[in-house]
Structure formats: structure tokens, C-alpha cells
Design a protein around this ligand. Structure first.
Ligand SMILES: [Zn+2]
Ligand SMILES: [Zn+2]
Length: 136
């Protein structure tokens, strides 16, 4: 990719949610598609990077998706049309917000947490023992 293309794809923009001036990616990566400060995005793509969506609604960060290779993505939900999108995180994204998105599951369990923790310990012990036996 030439430098001109790179600049074209990563143009600076003002965040529509918090007003933060978002500059092109400082640490590499393919594309800046969300605000590193509040993690909001804008619904501009139909397919990643095509900028062909007419919606233009603000996309709220609602959760974290960890891909099979361990890479983190933010799941965004459009506040206008409800579309769900995933966007890879960038090196300068707000770590505290990323963490609280990931931890929000544990702080809002739909069942008593102490009960499931007991089950989890039993389950993981059982699971690890099975794995050890398989390896022999
Ligand atoms: Zn923002
Ligand atoms: Zn939308």
C-alpha cells in the first residue's frame, strides 16, 4: 500500500459521540474505525471498509469478541438501525473502557454468582483431569 492510499484510508475525524479529535492510526493496523477514547463508531460500512452504508448512525460499543487467534474485537451496535458490527481494537484504544466492557458480563450476571463459581471450580478440575489422562 502506498503512503497516499494509507493517508486516504485513515483520514482524521471528529468523534460523533465524545467530540474527541481522532487522528490516523499511530501504531499501524488496517483502519481507524472507532474513537480510541470512548470506543464509539459510526455506521458507515455495509462490508468492512466500503463506506457504502446510508445509515450513519452512532454505533455503541456493547461487548468484546475474542477471536480464535486471541485477537480482541469490539462489538458495536448501531443506535439507529440496530446493526451489529465487529471492529478490531487498536493499540491506543481506551484500556479501562475495554476492560469494563469485558468485565460487564461478570458484574451483571442473570443468576447468583457464588453458585456458578462453585460449579466452575468442580467443572475445571474435572476437565483438567480428563485432559491429563488423555495425554498419557
Ligand atoms: Zn469518542
Ligand atoms: Zn445503522
Amino acid at each position: 500500500m502506498s503512503r497516499t492510499q494509507l493517508l486516504h484510508d485513515n483520514q482524521s475525524f471528529l468523534c460523533g459521540h465524545c467530540g474527541h479529535g481522532v487522528s490516523p492510526l499511530a501504531y499501524g493496523g488496517s483502519q481507524r474505525n472507532h474513537c480510541p477514547q470512548c470506543l464509539y463508531s459510526r455506521h458507515v460500512d455495509i462490508r468492512p471498509g466500503d463506506r457504502r452504508s446510508a445509515c450513519k448512525g452512532m454505533m455503541k460499543p456493547i461487548s468484546i469478541w475474542i477471536q480464535d487467534n486471541g485477537e480482541w474485537s469490539v462489538i458495536h451496535r448501531c443506535s439507529k438501525c440496530g446493526a451489529l458490527k465487529t471492529n478490531r481494537i487498536a493499540a491506543d484504544d481506551n484500556e479501562l473502557l475495554l476492560f469494563s466492557l469485558a468485565a460487564s458480563f461478570l458484574s451483571q450476571l442473570p443468576f447468583p454468582g457464588h453458585r456458578i463459581l462453585g460449579h466452575m471450580q468442580n467443572y475445571s478440575q474435572h476437565f483438567c483431569m480428563d485432559k491429563a489422562q488423555d495425554a498419557v
